[in-house]
Design a protein around this ligand. Structure first.
Ligand code: PEP
Length: 258
């Protein structure tokens, strides 16, 4: 089975206008170029706000940058009367290769449930966009020791009705909610426990091949100082990085995690 390519994705959340976005991508590209040998084989993706995507696309295409870009959300609908939403086809035309789906902030502030997350996952795959499906428990669930069953139920919901062929393309980001933006990172063992359980669930739902192909990321207060121990875990294939992805040097250091 081919080794999984590590994926480092920077979720900018609602930060940076399109001028600031191109500045950051340019700076990131320069920083990474200086240390190309240190991160060969790592896929680097940024997730800017919708309004920045066109500018990022222009820069990436013009300078042939080896940086992918993702949307932070995607509509479950194809087109029509859905004011404020952005469809998978529109995003695909902008060269978007990944879409974050079901981030805990969308689950919390926009009442996204597993059914909607599943519909968004399907919409992304239908347009050739790889969904980065976010799952993970809140503090109460963690304190009750139910993080595995809670997270696996979210995985089941996101993948319901999705074929093995499509499931093999999906990226799953395990992001314990209590670790997002708090500075409180999960221990490498905590991250491994749930990421391994996610992979085992993929084997149950589909096959060992699908489980072996899917990249499982960890997200939650990842920094250059803690990324190496997390990436050393067998079932962690990358990171979804929020705050630390807004600084080029810091994100580049995370990308060069070895
Ligand atoms: C995130 O937004 O997905 C995230 C993990 O944020 P942070 O790295 O800031 O905790």
């Amino acid at each position: 089975m081919a080794a999984r390519t590590p994926l480092m994705a920077g979720n900018w959340k609602m930060n940076l206008d399109h001028h600031e976005a191109t500045h950051l991508v340019q700076k990131l590209a320069w920083t990474l170029k200086d240390a190309k040998h240190d991160f060969a084989g790592v896929e680097v993706v940024v997730c800017p706000p919708f309004t920045d995507l066109r500018s990022v696309q222009t820069l990436v295409d013009a300078d042939k940058l080896e940086i992918g870009y993702a949307s932070q959300d995607i509509s479950a609908h194809e087109k029509g009367a859905y004011t404020g939403e952005v469809s998978a086809t529109m995003l695909s035309k902008l060269g978007v290769s990944y879409a974050v789906v079901g981030h805990s902030e969308r689950r919390e502030h926009h009442a996204e449930d597993d059914a909607l997350v599943g519909a968004k996952t399907k919409a992304a795959l239908g347009a050739g966009i790889v969904p980065i499906v976010c799952v993970g428990e809140g503090l109460d669930v963690r304190q009750a020791g139910e993080q595995v069953s809670y997270t696996l139920a979210q995985v089941d919901g996101a993948l319901a009705g999705i074929s093995a062929e499509d499931a093999a393309k999906v990226v799953i980001a395990y992001e314990p909610v209590w670790a997002i933006g708090t500075g409180e990172v999960a221990t490498p063992e905590d991250a491994q426990e749930v990421c391994a359980a996610i992979r085992a669930r993929l084997a149950e739902l589909y096959s060992a091949d699908v489980a072996g192909a899917v990249r499982v990321l960890y997200g939650g207060s990842v920094k250059s100082t803690n990324v190496a121990s997390i990436m050393a875990q067998t079932d962690v294939d990358g990171a979804l990085v929020g705050g630390a992805s807004l600084q080029a040097e810091e994100f580049a250091a995370i990308v060069r995690f070895q």
